[in-house]
Design a protein. Structure first.
Lengths: 402, 256
């Protein structure tokens, strides 16, 4: 019993240190960007060790088949980061665009930034992308990776001692104190991580406030995320997701909270600035079909439909109609196939030379019992793209007797 | 959006999650024999070396200085041991572009295959029934596929040697915890982790010809002498080598 008290005393000693790095999220004034201290080098055994590990991982990453190496796309994304955080800071980061249809970006302690194509698909403007990239850069500038490693280490160190002391005592009460200690240590670590995310949010917004882009976009990112989550849930018949609740193991603050404080702290005089939506749409236009195709294959109808509808807010294009047709054709109910035919027809009307639209149209028509029209569309596909990888298979469908 | 890996590691590593007992095992593909002095060329792929400390709670603490030092030591030790292996050892050339990507993919594939061997054929606990049968029938049949022939440097060599080595030296806190846990409640806490494996791959067929896995090695790789010993342990039972101990003639000879 005495020992359990020792363990608890130790807990109360250490928990404040776990939380000491907690930034106070002041919600009164927009945060200024922190003074730039120059590109930093790792200091101390832990940080040097982490950087070395990360250097090795980056070495592998740079050769990964997932990385999109297109020079134009890479320099564009890097340019957006530089606009957000300034030309000095952005030298510290190396960006790798990964073909992964998930809304995410990460920053390693040594300055390796991974940007997922699912993020590029969901952003609507340079300002939105800059908000996310600035957030990631904030993690780097504030050494969050290192701090979390240290916090996790102190937490697990404490727990191992507590576990040994508890088993020495062996009493029921000691066990129960250990259980609550375990909960508070893990809870503290998750809480610490969420606070890091808040701090990075504010740093990202600070860069954006000081940049030439519209800082209000940061809040828009999270509103769109909530919209997509709602659309995804409702298409699956699930209950509306809650955006204000914090789960015990949540790694990030709830979306609604982020949207609220980012909106409130965005510099009001920045509201009239350009958000670079047109430039962004132009840079992504040739990549959209690929990104959309990957997204559709996730089999998340509501979310994909939400994204396509969002993208079409500036006007429907042939690739967008085609993607919508693919989405409906993939779900594949008879009513979906009929709808898909309509969407592909819209795409063909806008661009008769788009081979994918002809292909989808032909396949959808075949499945709705309009064989002769379908074969004609498939023949047009083969004429437009004779060296298509599936040419032989489609050729079988267009044969006279089939 | 930092990676969640850190927490996963923290959770997994916490406390007495010591893996099974000391384990070491070697296997040779049936019918393969590399006679000493057969003048074959062995291509040594870039060894994977991670050296650090183990925190009191069991987390791996990477140490840049130790890793650099150990890597250098292991490379030097490999060059020294060449004579004993009875064959020519060539370090794989640093590749660029597509060659580098291919090398990276095969390194990852070898890591996955050797992990499968270790988990499903070598050590008690998780072995597959089919692999247990293989063990009885002396069968060791794994391959990376004949695509290995396209690896940079493969044209001028016969075999590729892959080496993986991870060391976590128990910190003072971990050792203290170990002592207290043993003296008090009598719990065995493992301090330090020294695991590694080495494998030989046929550069024509891609077959894994020999694999040696050791979950608990000795010697301190941070020193030159230690690295010599460690490389000796990693290459224990290398076909055609002249081991100090009795030679391993049959395949799959090891402690259980």
């Amino acid at each position: 019993m005495k020992r359990s008290r020792i363990a608890l005393a130790a807990a109360t000693l250490i928990m404040p240190t776990l939380a000491s790095g907690t930034p106070a999220v002041t919600k009164s004034a927009p945060p200024p960007p922190p003074p730039y201290a120059g590109v930093y080098q790792p200091r101390g055994v832990d940080e040097i060790g982490m950087w070395r590990d990360q250097d090795e991982e980056e070495r592998q990453l740079s050769k990964s088949p997932l990385v999109i190496r297109d020079e134009a796309l890479n320099s564009y994304v890097k340019g957006v980061l530089c606009t957000a955080v300034g030309p000095d800071r952005c030298k510290a980061a190396r960006i790798y665009i990964l073909r992964t249809p998930v809304f995410n970006a990460t920053m390693a302690p040594n300055g390796t930034m991974r940007v997922f194509t699912g993020l590029l698909l969901r952003m609507r403007s340079e300002a939105e992308l800059a908000a996310v990239l600035g957030h990631e850069f904030g993690h780097f500038e504030s050494r969050h990776g290192l701090n979390r490693f240290k916090a996790a280490r102190s937490g697990t160190d404490l727990l191992s001692w507590a576990a040994v002391l508890t088993s020495m005592s062996g009493s029921y009460q000691a066990q129960s104190s250990f259980n609550s200690l375990q909960l508070s240590v893990y809870g503290g670590l998750f809480h610490y991580q969420r606070d890091n995310e808040r701090e990075a949010d504010l740093l990202g917004l600070g860069y954006l406030n000081a940049s030439t882009l519209r800082p209000q976009a940061a809040s828009q990112v999270w509103q769109n995320v909530m919209g997509e989550a709602e659309a995804s849930a409702s298409a699956r018949g699930l209950r509306k997701p809650r955006f204000d609740a914090i789960a015990f193991t949540a790694s990030h603050p709830p979306d609604a909270e982020r949207a609220a404080y980012l909106g409130a702290l965005a510099s009001p005089e920045g509201a009239s600035r350009d958000d670079g939506a047109a430039r962004y749409a132009k840079a992504m236009s040739s990549w959209l079909p690929l990104f959309l195709d990957d997204q559709i294959k996730l089999n998340d109808f509501g979310a994909s439909e939400y994204i396509i509808t969002m993208l079409s807010s500036g006007g429907w294009t042939a690739p967008l109609w085609c993607a919508r047709g693919d989405l409906y054709r993939a779900r594949g109910n008879q009513r979906d196939l009929v709808a898909a035919v309509e969407f592909y027809n819209n795409a063909v009307a806008l661009d008769p030379k788009l081979p994918e639209a002809q292909r989808g149209l032909g396949l959808a028509l075949l499945k709705t019992g309009r064989a002769s029209e379908g074969k004609a569309a498939l023949s047009r596909y083969l004429a437009l793209k004779p060296d298509a990888p599936d040419a032989a298979m489609i050729g079988m469908l267009t044969a006279k007797d089939s | 959006m930092l990676s969640k890996k850190l927490f996963a590691v923290a959770f997994a590593a916490v406390l007495f999650a010591a893996p099974a007992t000391a384990q070491e095992r070697t296997a040779v593909k049936k019918g393969f024999d590399l006679a000493n002095g057969s003048r074959k060329t062995v291509l040594v792929m870039r060894p994977t070396v991670r050296v650090g400390a183990q925190s009191t709670g069991g987390m791996f603490e990477p140490n840049g200085d130790w890793t650099e030092q150990s890597k250098k030591n292991i490379e030097l030790a490999l060059a020294k041991i060449q004579g004993k292996l009875g064959n020519k050892i060539v370090v794989a050339p640093e590749a660029f572009g597509d060659g580098a990507r291919l090398t990276e993919e095969y390194a990852a594939l070898f890591a996955a295959v050797s992990q499968s061997v270790i988990n499903y054929q070598f050590f008690v606990g998780n072995r597959l029934p089919t692999k247990k049968r293989d063990n009885k029938a002396d069968i060791f049949d794994w391959s990376l596929g004949s695509g290995v022939a396209n690896l940079p440097g493969a044209k001028d060599a016969d075999y590729a040697l892959f080496i993986y080595n991870k060391d976590a030296y128990g910190s003072t806190g971990r050792k203290l915890l170990q002592a207290v846990a043993l003296l008090g409640p009598g719990i065995a806490v493992k301090s330090g982790e020294h695991a590694g494996y080495a494998g030989l791959v046929d550069l024509r067929t891609g077959d894994v010809l020999w694999l040696n896995a050791d979950g608990a090695m000795g010697a301190d790789v941070r020193t030159a002498e230690g690295a010599d010993k460690r490389v000796g342990q990693l290459l224990e039972g290398f076909p055609g080598s002249q081991p100090e101990k009795t030679s391993v003639t049959t395949s799959a000879v090891a402690k259980p």
